[in-house]
Design a protein around this ligand. Structure first.
Ligand code: NAD
Length: 245
């Protein structure tokens, strides 16, 4: 059967690259983002997707995620793969961080992961012989602390906690993993989001460059494929050597 794949954060960056990678394998892809990801949808059709759904969904909004789940179920009856890429970053010294900013980062990154993961797992049919896959994009910052990014760091530690718990709860019928990228060349690391000082620090990793979104997408297709059959509860680290846990 052609794989049914839900990808969030699909408008750009890692989510868009992941959508195109699965489309290139001929998958059926449901693409979600704050605004309907029409450009990625067009690219996915061109790349060879068997079917493309483009859906507007704020992943922090429980009602919106329920609608996304219902639309996916109505179209396909179930789901084989989730790659949850939607997320936001926030840089500010703690003493200059209003609680509303903390709440927003936690709402999108952690509550969003909970809601999307719960919706996807509810659509999946556990099957130890051919297990569906849940893949959440966390970060290398899921493993360590970083000054001026504490809400983001806390949210990504939380994502890893969800993954490890769900991996046990749904074994052996569904595999649940995180991808924990190092710095990737997307708008998230752009000047509008992060200081020049931090961008420079990010480049000081052993491989000396930012990763490309496609280098994360290829990890997602690996985890979703036959090669990923013995992975669950893991954080996979395409990170250029930023950390070596
Ligand atoms: N770029 C990096 O260096 C890096 C490193 C580690 C982890 N990550 C993680 O990878 C994921 C993707 O990041 P990216 O670099 O592609 O970022 P990006 O900013 O380029 O793309 C993020 C996408 O998520 C969408 N989004 C944001 N809030 C949303 C919401 N509430 N509901 C639905 N969609 C929403 C945005 O519209 C955007 O299309 C994020 O979870 C991020 O934390 C990124």
């Amino acid at each position: 059967m052609t794989a049914r794949v839900l990808i969030t954060g699909a408008s750009r960056g890692i989510g868009a690259a992941t959508a195109l990678a699965f489309a290139g394998q001929g998958a059926r892809v449901a693409l979600a983002d704050l605004r309907q990801p029409d450009a990625t949808a067009a690219g996915a059709r061109e790349a060879g997707a068997a079917e493309v759904l483009a859906i507007a969904c704020d992943v922090s909004d429980a009602a919106a995620v329920t609608s996304l789940r219902d639309a996916t179920k109505a179209a396909w009856g179930g789901l084989d793969v989730l790659v949850h890429c939607a997320g936001i970053i926030h840089e500010a010294p703690l003493l200059e961080t209003p609680v509303a900013d903390f709440d927003r980062v936690i709402a999108v990154n952690l509550r969003g992961s909970f809601l999307i993961g719960q919706a996807a797992l509810g659509l999946m049919k556990p099957d130890a012989a051919s297990p569906p896959r849940v893949i959440l994009i966390a970060s290398d910052m899921a493993y360590y602390g970083r000054e001026t990014f504490s809400p983001y760091v806390a949210s990504k530690h939380g994502v890893l906690g969800l993954v490890r718990s769900w991996a046990k709860e749904f074994a052996p019928g569904i595999l649940v993993n995180a991808i924990c990228p190092g710095p990737i060349d997307t708008e998230m690391l752009g000047a509008a989001q992060m200081s020049a000082e931090w961008r420079a620090k990010e480049l000081a990793i052993p491989l000396g460059r930012f990763g490309r979104p496609e280098e994360i997408a290829s990890v997602a297709t690996f985890l979703a494929g036959d090669g990923g059959r013995f992975f669950t509860g893991q954080g996979i680290g395409p990170n250029g050597g930023s950390i070596m846990p």
